[in-house]
Ligand binder design. Structure first.
Ligand SMILES: [Zn+2]
Length: 179
């Protein structure tokens, strides 16, 4: 988002607040937010903090698409501009929720990307496209995330449950033998 645009939103905070409220209460708004809430739920990330940190580091703490440094990622909140973390961007919209499908993205590009596929949207017709950045995203998705992705606890728990069950079964058969 352009600097002037942010300032405009900050200066007209009450106006945007009121507009937002009206929209959310309208039929159209309600429907939209319902879908949005559902989508958000479906797109839950399975990424550890340390994975996310490494991912941002891999992209030099810049937006993977436009190169904006994280220390310049401001967004208006209440009366001031606040420094925000990047979005965990799903490169493939309907793809995985883990690190292999995640790149850091600024607000503007996160919104712009939306459901577009990478190749259709991030190409020479995009004003902030560079081949280097495109190539880096590609490398990350295809290979480099593997250096940083960690096994998920959920799966570990599943393995543990299976092992406990196996031990229980063993115990039962031993008990039977001893009888
Ligand atoms: Zn960006």
């Amino acid at each position: 988002m352009k600097d002037t645009n942010i300032r405009f939103r900050v200066n007209n905070k009450e106006y945007f607040k009121q507009k937002g409220k009206e929209y959310r209460q309208s039929d159209r708004g309600k429907e939209k937010y319902k879908i949005y809430g559902k989508k958000r739920h479906e797109k839950k990330h399975e990424i550890y903090d340390v994975e996310w940190k490494n991912c941002k580091k891999y992209f030099d703490n810049q937006c993977a698409y436009c190169g904006l440094p994280i220390e310049e990622h401001y967004f208006p909140y209440k009366n001031e501009l606040k420094l925000y973390d990047f979005h965990k961007e799903h490169v493939i919209d309907e793809g995985k929720n883990d690190l292999r499908n995640c790149v850091p993205s600024c607000n503007t590009y996160n919104t712009q990307k939306h459901k577009n596929s990478l190749n259709n949207w991030y190409n020479s017709s995009n004003s902030n496209y560079t081949y280097e950045r495109y190539f880096k995203i590609y490398q990350w998705i295809r290979y480099d995330h593997k250096k940083y992705i960690m096994p998920k606890r959920r799966y570990k728990n599943q393995r543990m449950t299976a092992r406990i069950k196996e031990i229980e079964r063993l115990k039962i058969s031993i008990d039977r033998l001893l009888k």
